[in-house]
Write a protein that binds this ligand. Structure first.
Ligand code: RIB
Length: 308
């Protein structure tokens, strides 16, 4: 029997189709972009790769189509060292894609067509329950059916496995689902939506994080982009700035943060060091063009010296 994986990610895989454009076109307008590239993406797969780059054993549970994109998505995971035995090839749906407009300042706009990601049914999660039960940490996001996310969290919780939900893309969540979450990671938009509170100032971010903690998760991290991150947990709060870098492509930056955080949590590393490493990994990813291909290795993160 193979050694159980430390981190099991249940989530999406998308082929990212990326166009660099000077700005977003207005309705009815045609713009000329400067380049086109494809890269393996999807929030789930991105987080699995980011965690694997930190050197922990990672398995991915998700659905791809029986097509060239699916083959490439599975290959990217394998090349990153992620175990793919729990990947399901759906014979009906095409692999998911992410249509991405990348602006000169590195910001992006994304439309995801989930395709096979929506074929990750609760029954398919159930079929891999043994892998979830053997993990130290189960990581989920919200690009797959909510009932499947719910099932994964329940299986993990019942087995005493720590759970991490990255509530992206933002959508309303009920308290029963949040009660099965140990770690909730959200950006400002998601924090505002889930808490129903504004997050325009550090004090408001703290209030929103505490409101989210009251809904179930003991640990809440709000990522703030270039402004860093805010953590609220049972032992207090911690706000950390982000290392300063020149943003080239922000696609997958949040996923890099989540995957690196997941690796540190699964290893039992000190929290402050884990947060710092996750921030650095995300900053490095932002400074490079690409999604999974831009994610740094542990050696690159540890060697990073921020500009003075
Ligand atoms: O978080 C970035 C990811 O969101 C992209 O890789 C895209 O595929 C969407 O899932």
């Amino acid at each position: 029997m193979p050694h159980p994986c430390t981190v099991v990610v249940v989530g999406s895989l998308n082929m990212d189709l990326k166009v660099r454009t000077p700005r977003l076109p207005v309705p009815g307008e045609t713009l000329l972009g400067s380049s086109f590239s494809t890269d393996s993406g999807g929030k789930g797969a991105n987080q699995a790769v980011a965690a694997a780059r930190m050197g922990v054993a990672v398995a991915m549970l998700g659905c791809i189509g029986h097509d060239a994109h699916g083959d490439a998505l599975a290959r990217s995971l394998r090349e990153a060292g992620v175990a793919v035995e729990a990947l399901v090839v759906d014979e009906v749906q095409a692999s998911g894609i992410g249509a991405i407009f990348l602006m000169p300042d590195g910001e992006n706009s994304i439309v995801v067509v989930p395709g096979a990601n929506h074929a990750l049914t609760p029954a398919r999660v159930e079929a891999q329950a043994h892998r979830l039960r053997q993990a130290r940490l189960v990581v989920v996001q919200l690009e797959c059916p909510l009932d499947s996310v719910r099932r994964a969290l329940r299986i993990a919780r019942e087995a005493g496995v720590t759970t991490l939900l990255n509530a992206a893309p933002a959508q309303p969540l009920d308290d029963a689902l949040l009660a099965d979450v140990d770690w909730l990671v959200v950006n400002e938009v998601e924090a505002a939506m889930l808490s129903g509170l504004p997050v325009d100032t550090p004090a408001e971010v703290e209030q929103a994080a505490q409101a989210l903690r009251r809904r179930g998760p003991a640990q809440v991290v709000v990522t703030l982009g270039a402004a860093g991150m805010h953590h609220a947990g049972p032992d207090g709060t911690l706000a950390l700035p982000a290392p300063r870098v020149t943003a080239v492509d922000t696609t997958g930056a949040g996923d890099t943060f989540v995957g690196t955080l997941a690796a540190g949590l699964a290893e039992g590393a000190p929290l402050a060091a884990t947060f710092a490493r996750a921030q650095t990994a995300a900053a490095l990813a932002v400074s490079r063009l690409g999604t999974q291909s831009a994610m740094p290795t542990r050696a690159e993160v540890d060697a990073f010296a921020p500009a003075p």
